[in-house]
Write a protein that binds this ligand. Sequence first.
Ligand code: BGC
Length: 426
Amino acid sequence: MTKSVFPKDFYWGASIASHQVEGGTVNQWSEWELAHASELAKSAKQRLQHVVADWDSVKAQAENPSNYVSANGVNHYARYQEDFDIAKKLNLNAFRFSIEWSRIEPTEGQWDEDAVEHYRQYIRELRNRGMEPFLNIWHWTMPTWFVAKGEFKKGSNLKYWRRFVQKIADEYASELKYIITLNEPNVYASFGYLTGEWPPQEKNVINFGRVYFNLARAHRQAYKILRKNSPMLQIGVAPALANIQSKRPNNVIDMVATWWMRYFWNWWWLNRVKRKIDFVGFNYYFSDYYKIGKVDNPDAPLSDLGWYMEPEGLHPLLTRVWAHYKKPIYITENGVADGEDQYRQWWLEETTVAMERALSEGVDLRGYFHWSLLDNFEWKYGWWPKFGLVEVDREHGMKRTPRPSAIWFAKKIKSLQRGDLPTKDI
Ligand code: BGC
């Protein structure tokens, strides 16, 4: 191989989600934040001290209640055009974003036409800059009225979801080539209903099962609506998948745990929707090594969040996803919490090499979306973890500054588009 195997039309993008950047969202998460901020600040040390990579460097922020409130976000709702200009300068040719249901339908059955128009303009501004919009319908946040009815716990509530999807189809489908229905149903159902760390903080296996199962139904129903509306639209999903391995590959217990976790975490949900997807999108952050049923990862290198970093673990995962589903693949999220920007370039390099390897083996990989374009609100961790290619200084007018790794990545994208090998200058 003397030339890059990345196709000319490969999508090099970044991903964001409404609640994490827009500012001013009112949904079940924003309500939960206000109710729990002080308690989260008080318990920060006990929860995080032995988890994060460097507690001293995050202590001040993690113990401050305002860290846990999304508030005005990074004001992306107002500043999206400026953010798209930055993305364009970084040589990105695609962008994944989510629609905030609570803005479009703040009251049951009543559409806010200003919000509808906002996202129409948003899509157009991406197109104007030559960036392909990948619209994500649901990234966990929901209007409070839908949550009050029991959200995805009840199959009968899917009628509200279908009405919302129909609205999205009617308003935007004609302007789009790609749509993603749901972000990480496995993470949402697990954290909200199994571990109880996220709203609605239930620890209830039955409700976990209901939500997880109904989210598969929600996808299939959305697919039907969208497909009917526009036969050419490419419709997919974005679960979180992990590169799951045995700590001791010759140990039966570890191998059984690995087999089970691959099935439970990676395949179960995808298998329920595989006949109703045009592509498999997935988010990759983790390699997890299982020992006696528990994750037992190496101690280094760790991201700011204390997550073990193995970017090259993307390769075995890509090959497995391809073997399972034989559909075009998009990596819809991938990135690292790295406030000092000491690992991001390395992460991007290794990720690029992993993708190159998969492509050269025939995996039909069509795009990569980095998480994230901007520093963003990291759910229950709040503001201190920094995932942005672009740093946002929320203390000083939300000033945007591309990190050195982003500048490096922009050059790398150009060189790969020219056909250079990813490893050329490494
Ligand atoms: C989610 C994002 C989140 C990212 C980093 C993904 O699981 O989809 O919303 O910011 O992980 O934690």
